[in-house]
Design a protein around this ligand. Sequence first.
Ligand SMILES: NC(=O)c1ccc[n+]([C@@H]2O[C@H](COP(=O)([O-])OP(=O)(O)OC[C@H]3O[C@@H](n4cnc5c(N)ncnc54)[C@H](O)[C@@H]3O)[C@@H](O)[C@H]2O)c1
Length: 365
Amino acid sequence: MSDLKPMKIGLIGVGYISPAYINGCRLFDIIEIAACADLNMDRARAVAAEFNIPKAVTIDELLTDPEIELVVNLTTPMAHAEITQRILRAGKHVWSEKPLAVTLEDADKIAETARTYNLRVGCAPDTTLFGEYQMARKLIDDGAIGTPVAATVFMGTSGPERWHPSVDFYYQPGGGPLLDIGPYFIGSLILFFGPVVRVTAITRDTSHQRTALDGHQINIQVKTHISGTLEFESGVVATLITSFEMPAHHMPWTELHGTGGSLLFPSPPWGDDLTVQVYEPEQRQWIPKPSVFRLDWRRGIGVADMVHALRSGRPHRTSFEVAYHSLEVMNGILKAGETHQHVAIISRCERPAPLPVGLTGRALD
Ligand SMILES: NC(=O)c1ccc[n+]([C@@H]2O[C@H](COP(=O)([O-])OP(=O)(O)OC[C@H]3O[C@@H](n4cnc5c(N)ncnc54)[C@H](O)[C@@H]3O)[C@@H](O)[C@H]2O)c1
């Protein structure tokens, strides 16, 4: 157990993904979930009752609660920037679901507000802190694939309307396969290779009608198939395909290639088998590389890392800078698709620090 003082946190927006956060955060002694809020008070009350959260309150009540130091923003993408800024103006740190905002202008406003109030912003995805991703980072840093040269990243489904009960946000600005799923893959590529300098893409949509689970027609406002290319400052070239136009596929989710080998993630970060495999040319086969990091810490580890960082005065790993850079990359890819031009990426970020090997118990130290 850490001797750092636990932090009381609140949740705003307790929909589909909130149980993963509530259960995930509770694996860490340093987090105490004190209250939850939602535009839909019935939902806030139901989640508080089901998960034993002490209070379901209005957003204003949560923001004026003096005991809450950090708020987790789990609202839908178009609300992220506004809710994040309200939290900051209330004097509390924020950990936001992805994307950080829909536009870079809104992300700039968040940065300005955080600076004014001297508060921190962290942002999803925290899948980059999962044990398998940390293992891949370690393998790359230890030279398992030699000098990284290229990466291929695919995410293809026929769309979330088959399973999500309130699906419309996936087809509004801030959604679509790129802004919804891109942060996972771009975040992991930044973890492995650092920042991106240039992107290009071809994108498309279809006239394909989509029907939600409750039968209503979805208004599609986003590109639903994006084929992009990213050039990293290190020289690595990544091919990124994100699509809601793929009823099925056999493509591997993530492959990284270097001068001395290749590395494979068989599943997406929410999949069942994330065990990293490395192709070793001398042996001419893929070798599974079981992680030397914990595998039980899933969603919520980013919040725990941020709380730990605030208490111990170090930078948090799911940084604003990575989320901002990722947003600029994604919006650059969409712009390249519209303009048929390469787009230069202006912002830069550091690779987040790796997690230490050998963590045990319910604390990050
Ligand atoms: N569904 C998933 O599998 C999943 C996975 C990872 C991340 N996410 C991300 O988590 C976020 C939420 O996704 P979800 O699937 O839980 O959505 P959801 O629609 O199920 O839940 C969102 C909740 O936020 C509330 N809300 C919306 N605007 C609000 C506002 N202005 N103020 C207060 N509450 C507000 C809604 O009432 C709802 O209860 C999104 O950014 C999404 O990209 C979702």
